[in-house]
Design a protein around this ligand. Structure first.
Ligand code: SF4
Length: 353
């Protein structure tokens, strides 16, 4: 079994003829195409490094195609805990790789570019959460999984978009709730549960917030037979529910789904056309799951620039150099693991973003 080694030995033991083509500039690694030669090199190096490659649904198609497993954040973290290799290469954004490390502390977890952050996770810092908690002593903290390890460590229960309603309903009615960081998911949960003593952090994802209700309404009108798949962290979830409630779009056409739920629905749909309101990378998996269906993005500019930092060059560099390794402080990991484990026991947690 091969394990990750220091940078001093990696370039000899894990060398690749494509490595010299890698260019670093503009905050990204580029210079290598995601072609067959690259894919063969990635597979060879991953085997040599005893690594399993995981890729999020929002990654570039070449990254998804070369990965051993593709899925949403929580599903991938669970797979990371079950695989028998000593190393996990997590092609996603940093908080996702941290969650994998929290659930599998004994494994080496690598991310191809540690600069791949998340505007939603970055919308609340641990110090801000601590101040918020101090203002509401006794409140239960519910955090969506898109949070840093530091924030998870201050959280009572994590949630995904699939079980956020059940998580909130599991908390005694007279107990205050601090819900973070996504204001759209928070608004969705507050509306469904009717909960009044729930405070919502005003965080948002720049990608999902960019999908608005006007665009959704225009697309729904232009494609009258298409179903609408809406991700609840998307800014148009409110509009989608409103449109359905007002009878503008038949109720059964609007489906509020996690990314994993979208794939299940795609496999079973009888529709020829489906409009998708989430990050455009999701279209690749949907088209593979149901090749006969025409999937269209509600907003084809909804692309996560952080996810797209995991380029073919970045993945190759990661496997050659054994970098970037993800570390989470042991006490912080223990606290965060409790919040994540509580989440898994409630409702159908699905797979996160
Ligand atoms: S799409 Fe938004 S929430 Fe998801 S990783 Fe990118 S910035 Fe974060």
């Amino acid at each position: 079994m091969t394990t990750a080694t220091s940078a001093a030995t990696t370039t000899t033991e894990f060398s690749s003829s494509l490595y010299d083509r890698i260019v670093e500039g503009g905050g990204m690694y580029t210079g290598v195409d995601g072609d067959r030669e690259w894919a063969a090199e990635v597979k060879r190096l991953a085997k040599l490094r005893d690594a399993t490659i995981l890729a999020h649904n929002y990654e570039l198609p070449a990254i998804q195609d070369v990965a051993d497993f593709v899925g949403d954040s929580l599903a991938l973290s669970r797979i990371a805990a079950d695989v028998t290799t000593s190393t996990i290469v997590f092609c996603g954004v940093h908080f996702m790789a941290e969650t994998a490390k929290i659930l599998s502390p004994e494994k080496t977890v690598l991310i191809p570019d540690q600069r791949a952050g998340c505007s939603l996770a970055d919308s609340i810092k641990a110090v801000e959460l601590q101040e918020w908690k101090d203002e509401h002593p006794g409140a239960v903290v519910v955090s969506y999984v898109n949070t840093t390890a530091e924030v998870k460590a201050l959280t009572d229960i994590c949630c995904t978009s699939s079980n956020a309603v059940e998580v909130v309903q599991s908390i005694p009615e007279d107990t205050e709730i601090l819900f973070l960081p996504d204001q759209f998911l928070g608004a969705h949960v507050k509306r469904v549960t009717g909960r009044q003593n729930m405070h919502i952090w005003a965080g948002e994802c720049h990608v999902h917030a960019g999908i608005n209700g006007d665009e959704l309404a225009a697309q729904a009108e232009a494609h009258p037979d298409a179903d609408l798949y809406v991700h609840p962290e998307c800014g148009c979830a409110t509009s989608a529910l409103y449109l359905a409630g007002a009878g503008a779009v038949p109720d059964e056409r609007v489906k509020i789904l996690s990314t994993g739920g979208m794939l299940d629905a795609a496999r079973e749909t009888g529709k020829k056309e489906v409009l998708v309101a989430t990050e455009v990378g999701m279209l690749h998996q949907l088209r593979m799951a149901a090749p006969g269906v025409d999937f269209r993005a509600v907003n084809d500019r909804a692309s996560c620039k952080y996810m797209k930092m995991i380029t073919p060059a970045a993945l190759l560099r990661c496997l050659v150099e054994g970098k970037d390794e993800v570390f989470v402080d042991a006490d912080m990991a223990d606290a965060g693991r409790k919040a994540v484990t509580r989440m898994i026991g409630i409702g159908q947690p699905g797979g996160g973003e």
